[in-house]
Design a protein around this ligand. Structure first.
Ligand code: BGC
Ligand code: NOJ
Length: 712
């Protein structure tokens, strides 16, 4: 549902291509606009090509002895149809059409590219003429050639339509006893979108759809990078991660994982305001894969909605993210009915319980798995999939995530402890409002007890420890040579409010600043591990500075930003925000080397030879967490159970900002004005001062409220 525009200009000919996927269609539309800016007529040839895959990504890349024999196409009325395997068990095909009379086509890759040439330099394009080849096996492609005679100053538009169609089994062929694709199902669609006006209208509908989604939160701040990311790109990336999880991108092959339990619950934090109904459905799908133990499959397959047995469970942080996902949904929508929805465990009929009970089991899961210090056992890993304290793998190719060689009764995670405190307090807030005040007390008591345990056994003197390994030794401690201090436990414990009362939080984040802050963002830990440690697992498999071994793992930077706002440090929070903001990094693109509008999972850390280089853009929890950090904590426009909270912790140098937030169907028009250097907020709602800083949707059904906030 996105679009891209690519432009080029040579010798007075200008070309722009707009690619987009119209709403509710299995189509991609390419609109090419070509202009002759010369003072005389021009004849130009336009070539457009696609490479067809044979429908099974894994098999296509490996089973050449079969695949090079099965490719089949049809070319009818200038439309190229790709129908490999349609003769047997597939009922789907692809098509590639063009609005203009064709000067040629190709469907065989070898004919199109020519010997020893690649897609960057096809022989046919160099020769100026396609060969009308028909693919028989080998590699089917689709290529069209259009010749245009343009008068001086003339502009023309060409539309290409690339689509996918599934035909009913009993109407696959036309005539029925032939092997020819029945094209009656697609001809009207092709004709419709090859009409430039229809293509424009489809684009306008798409734009209106996005204007509505992005219009839910719009800001005007003194900083162009913040505006660009919040108003457009960060929200857009949240949609992409919600849809794709970690499955298909330039870095993910699309054949590996399904939807992560941890990942999807976090992805919806940055998405729920856009399409809450889809977040609701996702929550119930996730809950239905939860295990009766309260644990979770680490991933589930989106098509079957079943837990993925290959990777299994035992990532002991997983269950708590469901609580945070549900909390975000409730705060955004106020739809408490979701808690009463029945969802099974492990998709087993007969095990259905209300979602609220699932959350209860998430909570109990941790309490039933405490280690020697009373901290949560880590299991296979926690948020850091690569901190594998029970793995002890010495065999190449073993999965660090599924190999377990220790009984797992010793290694504990301070990160999970912080997560537990945070999630249990959210759960208490939910329980109290849902008529379970007894439960609420129990959740709060357990959270308080865990907070105490963290202070007793999870504090290293200057910062929070990260974990205890399976020998009971500290990780993330001044006692270690490498891996003395980690972000995850420090960021998350402070985000959870632990140590705000006794100076620990301030100390911990000061230590983070001293040891982990770099000009390219906060690295995961320091010092980096310089060799492979059997007892630590995958974290030490990466060369220093990359990925989980002390890279700038962007996902966790916002936890520290949020932590800084909890300490009232707007300048520090915003400083960290800008360090990894892709738009702000555009001016150092030769170092960053990644799209300047999308967050990457990782920026190489200071121990890496390529310090500052980003990798693995698009599908990362960074999208949702950064969106929360800037929108809800720095700009401070925050959904709560009871209304919209206005609590900015912005840089001291900002005079203020304005924002529009659609919340529970009401447009909140917000103006923030700074009158002093602090974060104290005085709110006026529709001209009348109010107590506190939470503004519920108007009881009288008004659809707009005006809020002015003075910061002092
Ligand atoms: C990556 C992690 C990822 C894990 C599970 C590891 O190789 O470094 O970021 O979470 O695989 O797929
Ligand atoms: C990527 C995974 O998708 C995410 O779930 C995990 O938390 C990070 N890697 C850190 O290991």
């Amino acid at each position: 549902m996105g679009y891209t525009t690519i432009g080029s200009k040579f010798a007075g000919i200008e070309a722009h291509t707009r690619y987009f996927v119209p709403l509710d269609e299995n189509l991609e539309i390419w609109q090419l606009t070509v202009s002759n800016r010369r003072a005389k007529p021009a004849r130009i040839s336009v070539f457009a090509s696609v490479e067809f895959c044979l429908w099974d990504a894994q098999d296509d890349a490996t089973n050449f002895q079969r695949n090079y024999n099965i490719g089949e196409v049809e070319v009818v009325d200038g439309v190229i149809y790709h129908k490999t395997e349609y003769r047997e068990r597939r009922n789907h095909f692809a098509f590639f059409a063009c609005s203009e009379p064709k000067a040629g086509f190709d469907t065989a890759r070898d004919a199109f590219l020519g010997p020893y040439r690649g897609w960057d330099n096809p022989a046919t394009v160099a020769a100026g003429q396609l060969t009308n080849s028909i693919a028989h096996g080998w590699a089917p492609i689709g290529a069209h050639q259009v010749n245009l005679d343009l008068a001086a100053g003339e502009t023309r538009q060409i539309v290409f339509v690339l689509g996918y169609q599934e035909n009913p089994v009993d109407r696959k062929f036309d005539p029925p006893d032939s092997q020819t694709i029945n094209k009656k199902t697609v001809k009207p669609v092709i004709a419709k979108y090859l009409d430039a006006k229809e293509a424009d209208a489809a684009f306008d509908r798409l734009r209106a759809h996005w204007d509505k989604l992005l219009g839910i939160f719009q800001v005007d701040t003194p900083d162009a990078h913040t505006n660009r990311m919040v108003n457009i790109w960060n929200a857009y990336q949240c949609m992409a991660t919600f849809n794709m999880s970690r499955s298909a991108s330039s870095f993910e092959s699309g054949i590996g994982r399904g939807l992560g339990f941890r990942d999807s619950n976090q992805d919806l934090l940055g998405f729920v305001h856009m399409v809450p109904a889809r977040a609701r459905e996702r929550i119930l799908d996730l809950a239905s894969t939860q295990l009766e133990s309260g644990g979770a499959y680490h991933q589930y397959q989106p098509l079957t909605k079943r837990g993925n047995n290959d990777i299994g469970s035992g990532f002991n942080d997983d269950p708590h993210w469901l609580i945070l996902g549900v909390a975000a949904y409730l705060k955004e929508t106020g739809d408490w009915s979701i808690l009463d929805e029945l969802a099974p465990y492990d998709n087993k009929p007969g095990t259905e319980e209300p979602l609220y009970e699932h959350l209860h089991r998430s909570f109990r899961y941790t309490l039933e798995r405490l280690g020697p210090h009373g901290l949560p056992l880590i299991g296979r890993a926690d948020w850091n999939d690569c901190l594998n304290l029970n793995c002890f793998s010495s065999t190449p190719g073993n999965s660090f995530q599924t190999t377990t060689n220790r009984d797992g009764k010793v290694a504990e995670s301070v990160f999970i402890a912080g997560l537990f405190v945070h999630a249990s307090r959210e759960l208490a807030a939910i329980a109290g409002r849902h008529g379970h005040s007894g439960d609420a007390t129990c959740f709060l008591t357990a959270a308080d007890r865990m907070e105490q345990t963290i202070k007793t056994h999870g504090w290293d003197g200057e910062w929070f420890l990260r974990a205890y390994d399976s020998f009971g030794e500290k990780i993330g401690s001044k006692e270690r040579e490498e891996g003395k201090i980690f972000i995850e436990s420090n960021g998350f414990c402070v985000l959870a409010g632990i140590g705000l009362d006794d100076g620990r939080a301030a100390k911990a984040l000061a230590a983070v600043r001293e040891h982990l802050a770099t000009k390219h963002g906060l690295v995961l830990h320091q010092p980096a591990y310089t060799r492979y440690y059997l007892h630590l697992g995958e974290i030490s498999s990466y060369p220093p500075g990359y990925k989980e071994n002390a890279g700038v793992f962007c996902h966790v930077n916002p936890w520290v930003m949020i932590g800084e706002t909890r300490l009232g440090h707007g300048d520090e929070a915003y400083d960290y925000y800008l360090r990894i903001n892709p738009s702000a990094r555009e001016e150092i693109s030769e170092v960053h080397r990644c799209e300047p509008y999308v967050y990457a999972q990782m920026i190489a850390g200071k121990d890496a030879p390529t310090f500052g280089e980003a990798k693995n853009s698009w599908l990362t929890g960074t999208a949702a967490w950064n969106y929360c950090a800037i929108a809800q904590w720095i700009l401070g426009v925050r959904p709560t159970y009871d209304g919209l909270e206005i609590a900015p912790v912005i840089p001291t140098g900002w005079p203020g900002f304005t924002a529009t937030r659609i919340f529970r169907g009401v447009a909140y028009k917000i103006a923030i004005e700074r009158k002093g250097a602090g974060n104290r907020v005085a709110l006026t709602v529709d001209g009348a001062p109010i107590e506190g800083n939470i503004v519920p949707p108007p009881a009288d059904g008004r659809k707009e409220v005006s809020i002015s906030a003075v910061l002092s």
